[in-house]
Design a protein around this ligand. Structure first.
Ligand code: SF4
Length: 277
């Protein structure tokens, strides 16, 4: 059983360049990534998780649904969509309590005609294909920056295996749901000894959208001597791949010399076009 906490509020307007409103119904994350994890750094700075060991023992916000009942009427007119989550993982691997709460939250938001974008390093449950409960306007994403198991062991040891993560996402796509991939933080080659961007992109060719971003706050990565040129080339490769395969894309600020803020609005509109399966 996970520890429980109570919060005073849940929904907030996010500062992330492609986001709108966001919520985090868990404190901590058992994936324990060390890219490093920005969420853990913030949690430590604000005294919520004192150590890494605290951080990887997630605590569930037990009053999340009650908070939503209060906050949805308050913010409904301002919300375009709600993102789950930037400061934890909504489908944390092997954390059924977290997954169950996430499903209830998506259901509640959808019942109120609020669209969700979701991002995980876990496995999407097949339950999401039940369109009576979860609307088809949602967009389901995974984070994927490598296919190298050694890299995964070093940087995101407790998240879902890459192959299972992709398989679950492809299942949602095959059932007609919208899917996307966040390729962020993409590592420099001195951190991933078996890097292959072309192979990685081809594995996720079925998705509707890709976000690509560099690895920040990592000393080894910043020491990679051709860092700026490396990310410029990778970003160009992602753009070319997306254009060829009719995939929408956004390159995060600071990854490429020229920043295109136009593409940051990729989630702003509901896409009603049928997807080709
Ligand atoms: S999945 Fe996200 S929130 Fe969880 S540890 Fe990894 S980077 Fe941090």
């Amino acid at each position: 059983m996970l520890k429980k906490i109570k919060r005073k509020s849940l929904l907030y307007k996010s500062g992330v360049e492609y986001a709108d409103f966001c919520l985090n119904h868990v404190e901590g994350c058992s994936h324990g990534c060390n890219f490093p994890c920005y969420a853990f750094q913030m949690s430590r700075r604000f005294g919520k998780s004192k150590t890494y060991e605290d951080w990887i023992k997630p605590k569930l916000v037990e009053n999340a649904l009650e908070l939503l009942d209060k906050e949805i009427p308050k913010y409904k007119d301002q919300i375009n969509f709600v993102h789950l989550c930037f400061m934890t993982d909504p489908f944390m691997y092997k954390q059924k309590e977290v997954q169950d709460m996430t499903l209830k939250i998506i259901e509640k938001l959808n019942k109120n005609n609020i669209r969700c974008t979701v991002l995980t390093k876990g496995i999407y449950p097949k339950a999401l294909t039940n369109t009576d409960k979860y609307k088809t306007i949602n967009e389901y994403g995974i984070t994927l920056v490598s296919l190298n198991d050694k890299f995964k062991k070093d940087f995101e040891a407790y998240s879902a295996p890459y192959s299972e993560r992709i398989k679950a996402l492809e299942h949602l796509h095959n059932k007609g749901l919208r899917t996307w991939v966040s390729m962020e933080p993409y590592p420099t080659p001195n951190l991933d000894n078996d890097q292959n961007l072309k192979k990685l992109l081809n594995k996720i060719k079925f998705v509707d959208k890709i976000i690509f971003g560099k690895l920040n706050y990592n000393v080894v990565s910043s020491q990679f001597k051709d860092n700026a040129e490396f990310y410029e080339n990778c970003a160009n490769q992602v753009i070319k791949f997306c254009e060829l395969n009719d995939i929408k894309y956004h390159i995060k600020f600071g990854t490429k010399k020229e920043f295109n803020k136009e593409t940051a609005v990729m989630f702003n509109k509901v896409c009603n076009a049928p997807i080709s399966i």
